[in-house]
Design a protein around this ligand. Structure first.
Ligand SMILES: Cc1cc2nc3c(=O)[nH]c(=O)nc-3n(C[C@H](O)[C@H](O)[C@H](O)COP(=O)(O)OP(=O)(O)OC[C@H]3O[C@@H](n4cnc5c(N)ncnc54)[C@H](O)[C@@H]3O)c2cc1C
Length: 463
């Protein structure tokens, strides 16, 4: 049992305050409510103390404070996690949002990024050099949580997952020590953090391999929801054989009545594919010929800077909306599953709720199943269903739709889920998602964090 921060002798907090360069935020402070807010408005946690770190030393003092006082510890990167795993009740939150720095090295196209940076900061810094690091698709997401869970995005087929491009990390371990991990130093930890989440320590800096990507050709194509089965059948045949420079995730969604969308699309359900071609732009129109042969009802496809496609949907998704997440990996997109997609795509309960299937073929599938903890390298898709709405009164409605959609599709899934796409579904789900890699993760967890100090995450229990 952990101790509530409230019950500690106040001198302990004074001592911590004297050690750090960042800030301590307590429940009685004016900025507490802002500091504790998470991206997902469905989650409302009240930490006992938020430690806003500005450097690795602050992180070390925070980790030592939690361990020595037996206080529950959560680590916050971008605060986007669906289940609110960047925070906790009554314990200490190590908030990394003040640890931001980016240095691009054009000698070997590598990038050093702070543990608290978010994706649009990384994209901005690399784009100026004609480079990109594979990330996710909403640019306000934290580099930290996204990377540690895997990182699926527009460059997955061309360059692999984000973890496949992680070369090195600096981290603070449960005993307060600071280590650099890479293929030669602490190689067991280097393996474990490439998918094993925040279980092994606090990453204060990441070093990534970047790739020459400047402008891309992409955007959404839409078909009426009634065509879902036909479009998904074509898509499944097409995408895994397409050039690896081409990515496209298939979705069921509604076009909301925002002025940025043509009015005739408003509040209608669609089967959509959102494309990103990151190859030689001279070839883009040719690569898109098969897509156009499917006669989209509407397309918003063209050349744009990579950071633009990365942030295309940011405006639709401000912080504070209600989000309910369900997910699975899939090997197939067969006729029964396609029928379910049409059925549940036709009853999307609110304009922002949606389903996505991200292809994980190409470069991501060439990494061995045991080379990183990310076990489902041979699945064809990471699928996710998200019920989303601004109004907490609709929380029940979006939850029910997501669960029912998930229940209908789960029989066709490969077993586990991409852990960054689920909320808290318990130990069996974590084990199923790491599959054959779980036991190795447990060994490393037991070696570096035997008391499970880092347990506010998709937790790997030490022995
Ligand atoms: C709108 C939206 C879009 C998304 N799109 C994608 C996508 O395209 N592709 C994709 O792969 N995922 C995507 N995700 C999922 C995302 O990867 C997860 O929500 C991830 O957990 C977010 O990381 P974060 O740092 O923002 O979150 P946080 O809530 O801050 O942290 C999540 C977890 O990571 C740990 N953590 C974070 N940073 C560190 C660190 N530096 N050191 C140690 N532990 C750390 C935390 O302790 C916590 O357990 C999306 C999420 C949202 C909300």
């Amino acid at each position: 049992m952990s101790v509530s921060v409230k019950s500690l002798d106040p001198s302990k907090i004074d001592e911590l305050r004297a050690q750090i360069r960042g800030t301590v935020v307590l429940p009685q402070d004016q900025d507490y409510n802002d500091a504790r807010k998470l991206y997902n408005g469905m989650i409302d946690k009240h930490p006992g103390l938020i430690l806003k770190c500005v450097d690795a030393a602050d992180v070390i003092y925070g980790v030592n404070f939690a361990r020595e006082n037996n206080v529950l510890l959560a680590v916050r990167g971008g605060g986007h996690n669906g289940g609110g795993l960047g925070s906790c009740d009554d314990g200490l939150v190590i908030d990394l949002s003040g640890i931001k720095f980016i240095r691009v090295d054009t000698g070997d196209n590598t990038v050093r990024v702070g543990g608290g940076n978010i994706l649009n900061e990384l994209d901005h810094a690399t784009h100026a050099f004609g480079l990109a690091v594979p990330g996710g698709m909403v640019s306000t997401t934290g580099v930290g949580g996204l990377t540690l869970g895997g990182g699926v995005g527009y460059l997955t087929r061309k360059c692999g997952l984000t973890i496949d491009n992680l070369l090195e990390a600096d981290m603070v371990l449960a005993d307060g020590s600071f280590v650099t991990v890479n293929k030669d130093q602490h190689s067991d930890l280097y393996w474990a953090i490439r998918g094993g989440g925040g279980n092994f320590g606090v990453i204060t800096s990441f070093k990534f391999q970047a790739h020459p990507v400047k402008n891309v050709f992409g955007g959404p194509t839409l078909w009426p929801i009634e065509k879902t089965e036909e479009i998904m059948e074509w898509y499944h045949e097409f995408i895994h054989q397409a050039p690896e420079d081409l990515n496209g995730f298939v979705a069921t969604l509604v076009i909301p009545d925002f002025s940025s969308f043509p009015e005739h699309l408003h509040n209608k359900q669609f089967c959509a594919i959102v494309w990103c071609y990151a190859g030689d732009l001279k070839n883009a129109e040719k690569v898109f010929e098969p897509v156009r042969a499917m006669q989209p009802y509407f397309e918003f496809v063209g050349e744009m800077p990579y950071p633009a496609i990365q942030s295309l949907f940011d405006g639709l998704m401000p912080p504070g909306l209600q989000w309910y997440w369900k997910a699975d990996f899939f090997d197939e997109l067969g006729p029964e599953a396609r029928e379910k997609h049409k059925e549940f795509g036709s009853k999307i309960p609110t304009p922002l709720s949606q389903m996505h299937m991200y292809p994980i073929t190409g470069a991501a599938s060439r990494v061995g199943k045991e080379d990183t903890p990310w076990a489902y390298r041979d699945a064809k898709y990471a699928g996710v269903i998200v019920g989303i709405d601004a109004d907490p009164a609709n929380a029940g409605k979006i939850t029910e739709w997501s669960r029912n959609y998930y229940d209908a599709l789960h029989p066709y899934s490969s077993g586990g889920a991409y852990l960054n796409f689920i909320m808290d579904e318990g130990q069996d789900r974590v084990k199923a998602s790491y599959k054959h890699n779980y036991d190795r993760l447990v060994k490393i967890k037991t070696k570096y964090d035997p008391d499970n100090l880092f347990r506010v995450n998709q937790n790997i229990h030490p022995n």
